[in-house]
Write a protein that binds this ligand. Structure first.
Ligand SMILES: *Cc1c(COP(=O)(O)O)cnc(C)c1O
Length: 447
């Protein structure tokens, strides 16, 4: 297992290929080693050990090739080992890996801040702080909103997922496995009903009235520092809110001095055919949280927003040792450049135009598929007992397992564990998408 890897630029044929059992013998051996040294709390959905990847294909240590429909949960959005990202990160590695922006700064951090200011919604002065992870971006967004407003309350929605740190655990909807046993949790977090059209049947105005009434009753607008929403919820199951829901929430926030924070850690960065999903809903968040897809697989996250809110934090109040690391920042600049020069926003639309009709025709064939939803390269199907809204998590697990055995990495999601989510990289070809759909069709037929 210590063999030197061939040059990383070696091409990976963009095709599915299974040559051993899944997992294969080398993965099984690694998994045994892992079991004695890696904490049990860090679980792996599919214990195949990945050796390399390119575009939309993952290659494991046994030489199996998987069509990647998850992109590391929406991280390698512009494709695995994108040539421009590798080149930019490599040059940066040779020049400077760390100096600490809060000690002696460097240009790439400033470039990322300029790019985020240019590409997040809103025609006003914006500023950014860069951090290491999505959860850290959420923490900082809340911290800044509290400082700006002088208030404590944090509003969140049902089915939300915001991370695994103490404050973000308190903000998650689903306790198990994220929060169970890890308390006590941060206080002053207030959760309200969301818009989940497949389950609640409410139009946007009614759903928003319900959310607002709940928050007014349980905390009161004058005690809320911020409302944090995922415009399209990720871990919760890719719910696209009813039309008008999110704008009504933003309007209420603005009218009441509540900082409106969009957590676009999963749905942002070109995933839905726009730089940020907020654009689909006409939202102009006060603060935008980005992470996952921003740096082509390197760890980077940011809070970007109205200059006057961001500047509420005192000098020295924001930062962290690794935040905005030079190599991650250089990679992020390359990601923005690739999105622009390769016209990648249109690729998300292409993926939707291939995948959505394919999923809708599967729904016609298999009434267990209760709902098909999503935008761009962020689509999902929700499985239920046919004719009802009863979640069917067991079938979701079976379909995902069948797909893996046949070389398709298909992630699950959903508060009830009954959602299959499709968030491939924008580099995936129509051919690979249709090949993956054929496998998933077989999986439904074989159940
Ligand atoms: C993944 C995710 C987070 C947490 O990001 P980490 O980098 O894992 O800390 C927060 N919010 C949303 C919407 C996410 O999808």
């Amino acid at each position: 297992m210590t063999d030197a890897l061939a040059p990383t630029t070696a091409t990976v044929p963009q095709e599915r290929r299974i040559v051993t059992a899944v997992p294969g013998p080398r993965s099984v051996a690694l998994h045994e080693r892992r079991a004695s040294v890696v904490a049990r709390g860090v679980s792996s959905m599919l214990p195949v050990y990945i050796e390399r990847a390119h575009g939309a294909i993952l290659v494991d240590v046994d030489g199996n090739q998987f069509i990647d429909l998850g992109a590391g949960i929406g991280v390698t959005t512009i494709g695995h080992t994108d040539d421009a990202v590798i080149a930019a990160a490599t040059v940066q590695l040779e020049h400077l890996t760390h100096s600490l922006f809060t000690i002696t700064p460097y240009e790439s951090y400033v470039q990322v801040a300029e790019l985020l200011a240019a590409h997040t919604p809103g025609d006003f002065a914006k500023k950014t702080v860069l951090v290491n992870s999505g959860a850290e971006a959420v923490e900082n967004g809340v911290k800044i909103a509290r400082k700006y407003t002088g208030r404590n309350g944090v509003g969140v929605l049902d089915h939300a997922y915001h991370g695994r740190t103490n404050l973000t655990m308190a903000m998650n909807y689903k306790a198990s496995p994220y929060n169970t046993g890890f308390g006590p949790f941060a206080g002053d977090v207030y959760r309200a009903p969301s818009s989940y059209p497949f389950h609640d049947g409410l139009n946007g105005a009614d759903a928003a009235a319900r959310t607002i009434a709940h928050l007014e009753k349980t905390v009161g607008a004058t005690d809320l520092a911020c409302l944090v929403v995922e415009p399209i919820q990720g871990e919760g199951g890719f719910m696209v809110p009813a039309e008008g829901y999110l704008p009504a929430l933003q309007e209420w926030c603005t009218a009441n001095g509540i900082v409106f924070i969009a957590d676009e850690i999963q749905c942002g960065m070109a995933r839905t055919g726009r730089y940020f999903a907020s654009e689909h809903f006409g939202l102009v968040p006060d603060l935008m949280l980005s992470a996952k897809g921003i740096a082509g697989g390197l760890p980077l996250a940011g809070v970007t927003g109205r200059a006057e809110i961001m500047d509420a934090a005192q000098p020295g109040g924001l930062g962290g040792t690794f935040g905005g690391n030079p190599v991650s920042a250089a990679a992020a600049v390359a990601v923005f450049e690739q999105i622009e020069s390769q016209g990648l926003l249109a690729e998300a639309d292409r993926i939707e135009s291939v995948l959505k009709p394919a999923l809708l025709s599967l729904q016609k064939k298999y009434p267990i598929i209760g709902d098909v939803r999503g935008i761009g390269a962020m689509l999902a199907i929700e499985l239920v007992t046919p004719g009802t809204h009863e979640p069917d998590a067991a079938t979701v697990a079976a379909i995902s397992a069948f797909a893996a055995q046949h070389g398709v990495l298909l992630l699950t999601a959903g508060t009830y564990g009954n959602v299959l989510r499709f968030l491939p990289s924008l580099a995936i070809s129509d051919e690979l998408l249709l090949d993956a759909i054929a496998v998933i069709d077989e999986a439904f037929a074989a159940r």
